[in-house]
Each structure stands twice: as C-alpha cells, then as structure tokens.
Design a protein around this ligand. Structure first.
Ligand SMILES: Cc1cc2nc3c(=O)[nH]c(=O)nc-3n(C[C@H](O)[C@H](O)[C@H](O)COP(=O)(O)O)c2cc1C
Length: 224
C-alpha cells in the first residue's frame, strides 16, 4: 500500500495486541451510569503522571439543520443521572448546531486501557445558575478569554485576540468577570451508551445499553 502509514498500522507491524482484560455481562453494572463511573475512575487513575492524559476529553458530534455533521473535542465537566455536561460558546458552530438540531453523540477514547465509550442522545441547555456556578470556578484568564473570542468566527489575525484580551482585562480591573449571555453548558441526555474493551484477535467486547420507552436500560452485546 502506498501513502502514509498511520501509527495504528505501525503498531500492528510491531505486533501490538489487545489485552486479555474483558468486559462481560455478569461483571458490568446494570446501570450504565455506574459502569461509566467505574471506567472513568480507571481512566483518571491511568493518566500519565506528567500530564496530558485528559481522561475527560471527549469527541462531541453534532449536525446542523441540513444534517451536515461535525465533530470536535470538548471537556466533560460533570455527569450524573441527568446527563453529561460540557460548556461552550452558544454562538459557535456547535452551539448553533445544537439549537437547530438538539441531538448529539459523545466518544471517549482511553487508549492506555484499550477502551472506548460512546453515548448518543438529546441535549438540553444547562440551567443558568449551574453555568454561573461553573463560570465562577474558572480561572480569571479563561473567563476573559471566553469574552475575547467570538468562537468559530473568522478573525483577521492573532492580534485581534490579544487586543481584545488586553482591553477586557483593563475594563474588568478590580471587578468580577460576569458570565457572558452567549456562554454556558449543554447536557447530553444519553439514550444509548456503549462500552468497548479491546480484546485479542480483534474480537473486542462491546456492551451497549439502550433506554427503552419504559425508561429502562437494556444491555445488549454487539459484534465487534
Ligand atoms: C483537549 C481539548 C479540549 C477542549 N475543550 C473544549 C470545551 O470544553 N469547550 C469548547 O467550547 N471547546 C473546547 N475545545 C475546542 C473545540 O475542540 C473546538 O475547537 C471549539 O469549541 C470550536 O468548535 P466549533 O467551531 O465546532 O463550535 C477543546 C479542544 C481540545 C483539543
């Protein structure tokens, strides 16, 4: 084959193999949120000591009103039985997508553990008070940065951002930086959650939980 060799192909040549740790129906929690909590805890524990692990980094896929998909990484800032929360600029591409089409998918990849988790469902906007609370926990620099950036719009150069940040820093000297009306959280309310564990011979384990009309989670095994 001509062209570029991906690191995955290189790894295959080196004889890299998926491990023997499995995920079976008996061991998995009946409640997918508890299963997620266990795996998320493992992923945080497996983060390299030097940093750069970011177990909470997840790919967020959205689609616009014309069903045109797009995907990008965002950070998981909280999860519970209500759903999975991230924060962003509502006027960004993803923000506009979610208003036009309130459906989303999330993917976590934890390569050191040979695990993937996929979620899909509807989104709801996080209550203003909840966004306020999170906003107040952010470093001042990030707060000013959110004000300075019209996320996803074309800008004339890096200097635009630096100048805006400078002006905002001066304007907010000695006062709190308020939560912008264009910034806040979204909650993905999953209707499906799939756990993938790498196994030898590409016969990976896949357990998918699906929410029924009666609001009950059903666990099913999928072929890898
Ligand atoms: C590790 C990582 C974490 C990120 N976290 C966020 C986040 O939490 N919220 C956010 O709006 N963008 C985040 N971004 C930036 C997005 O990937 C993206 O560039 C930005 O949100 C604009 O996306 P959009 O044009 O599709 O709306 C992150 C990027 C990386 C690489």
């Amino acid at each position: 084959m001509t062209g570029y060799q991906t690191s995955a192909q290189a790894a295959t040549r080196r004889g890299a193999e998926y491990g023997t740790r499995g995920l079976d129906e008996a061991e998995a929690h009946a409640d997918p949120l508890r299963q997620f909590a266990a795996w998320f805890e493992d992923a945080v524990a497996a983060e390299p000591a030097g940093g750069g692990g970011e177990a909470n980094a997840m790919t967020l896929a959205t689609a616009d009103a014309n069903a045109r998909p797009s995907a990008r990484i965002v950070l998981l800032r909280g999860y519970d039985e209500r759903g999975f929360v991230f924060f962003t600029n509502h006027e960004s591409n993803k923000g506009r997508d979610l208003v036009a089409n309130p459906l989303a998918a999330l993917v976590f990849h934890w390569p050191l553990l040979q695990r993937q988790v996929r979620l899909a469902g509807r989104v709801t906007e996080v209550a203003r008070e909840e966004s306020e609370e999170y906003w107040r926990s952010r470093p001042r620099g990030s707060q000013l940065g959110a004000w300075a950036s019209e996320q996803s719009s074309v800008i004339q150069g890096r200097a635009v951002l630096d100048e805006r940040l400078d002006a905002l820093s001066k304007a907010h000297e000695d006062r709190e930086v308020p939560l912008p009306s264009f910034w806040g959280g979204w909650r993905v309310v999953p209707q499906e959650i799939e756990f993938w564990q790498g196994r030898p011979n590409r016969l990976h384990d896949r357990l998918r939980y699906r929410l029924t009309r009666e609001d009950r989670w059903v666990m099913e095994r999928l072929a890898p």
